[in-house]
Design a binder for this molecule. Structure first.
Ligand SMILES: Cc1ncc(COP(=O)(O)O)c(C=O)c1O
Length: 355
């Protein structure tokens, strides 16, 4: 799983403890998130991407981006609606649509595939026409990234021409390597007219279990999520929100440390796999390595190959088929073990591949 193994930075945990001792913070909180947290997020977007957001109507705090995304889809999609999602995909991207009673239209994604072209094809060959597009760059599980704003600009133009809602999941904003920078969808002028973006504290600040995410952008779409959440939840525990303010406004060296940890794990894994005779291109972002199964084992399919790696090599990876169509020639490594364990794992893999 993409479950960060590192501890949340100390200054954030300290703030949580302090805030938890104040009885004022023990009551129900605001469902859309406290004002100061939404303000801190707007400052982050402005500092980071030069994107200006209105904290009152263009932001909502969610219980992790997974909850936010699935409830947003529930609020906006119903039976008969078609939604385009990448395939393979992070499972909640298509499953949120299925839960809402909508229909999925797959867009192939992966190395060597022109995703925009595939998206146009999927749109034109669907009836009824899709009303929504869910995208995610840097992408889980394929680790595909977009360079600059060209791709997002094309998406915004296409969405405007065809009246499509766009949801962009930016969970891996900070887990970027080799000087690659992941753009925000909202950097494209006019993106707010048709879409929203999800950002999350999970990966950038190693706060997986805290469940803090955000949906920002188009006020009507943000409003739909805010409204359904006002029926469903009372917001997250206030000390968690207060600690998240400190995370966003405080020193950012911790984010760089987290980023570097994943980068060096990636390098060790790629080198170890190479030594095992498995050549894999290093990803530019995310906490994953998406590896094509070596030719001589490909016929087994990803599930059987994965079982073999567990039984004979003592290594657990995710079978690509678990992420949907187009995934079966691949497995996904998650960089959630320390360097020593990664080295051990690649030795186990070498044994299996070269027996
Ligand atoms: C693409 C993507 N979006 C969202 C999430 C979950 O984020 P959160 O913890 O904010 O719900 C993940 C976690 O693996 C992910 O890979």
């Amino acid at each position: 799983m993409g479950n960060p193994d590192g501890a949340t930075p100390k200054h954030i945990v300290d703030k949580l403890c302090e805030a938890a001792r104040n009885p004022k913070n023990h009551r129900y909180s605001a469902s859309k998130g406290i004002t100061q947290l939404r303000n801190a997020l707007c400052e982050w977007y402005s500092r980071r991407y030069d994107v200006i957001l209105d904290p009152e109507i263009e932001t909502v705090v969610t219980i992790g981006s997974k909850e936010g995304l699935s409830h947003l889809v529930l609020a906006t999609v119903g039976p008969g609606d078609v939604v385009m999602t990448p395939a393979p995909a992070y499972p909640i991207h298509p499953y949120s649509v299925i839960i809402a009673g909508g229909e999925i239209r797959n867009i192939p994604i992966g190395p060597g595939i022109d995703f925009f072209e595939e998206m146009e094809k999927a749109y034109k060959s669907s009836w009824p026409r899709p009303k929504m597009l869910i995208i995610n760059f840097p992408h889980n599980p394929t680790t595909q990234v977009v360079e600059g704003l060209d791709f997002f600009t094309k998406v915004v133009n296409f969405a405007k021409e065809n009246n499509i809602i766009v949801i962009h999941d930016l969970a891996y904003a900070d887990l970027v390597f080799d000087n690659y920078q992941a753009p925000s969808f909202l950097q494209v002028p006019g993106a707010k007219d048709i879409g929203v973006e999800f950002f999350s504290m999970t990966k950038s600040y190693s706060m997986a279990g805290w469940r803090v995410g955000f949906c920002v952008g188009n006020k009507k779409i943000v409003g739909a999520l805010t409204k359904i959440k006002s029926y469903l939840d009372y917001g997250m525990f206030q000390p968690i929100q207060i600690a998240s303010i400190v995370a966003l406004r405080g020193p950012q060296e911790c984010v760089e440390e987290i980023r570097k940890t994943y980068e060096s794990r990636r390098d060790i894994l790629i080198k170890g796999l190479q030594r095992a005779g498995w050549k894999v291109d290093p990803p530019k972002a995310t906490m994953f390595v998406w590896a094509e199964i070596p030719e001589k084992f490909r016929k087994m399919g990803s599930l059987e190959f994965t079982k073999m790696l567990i039984k004979e090599g003592g290594v657990a990876v995710s079978p690509g088929i678990g992420f949907g169509e187009g995934g079966d020639n691949y497995v996904r490594f998650a960089l959630v073990e320390n360097e020593h364990r990664i080295k051990q794992a690649t030795k186990g893999i070498k044994k299996v591949l070269n027996r």
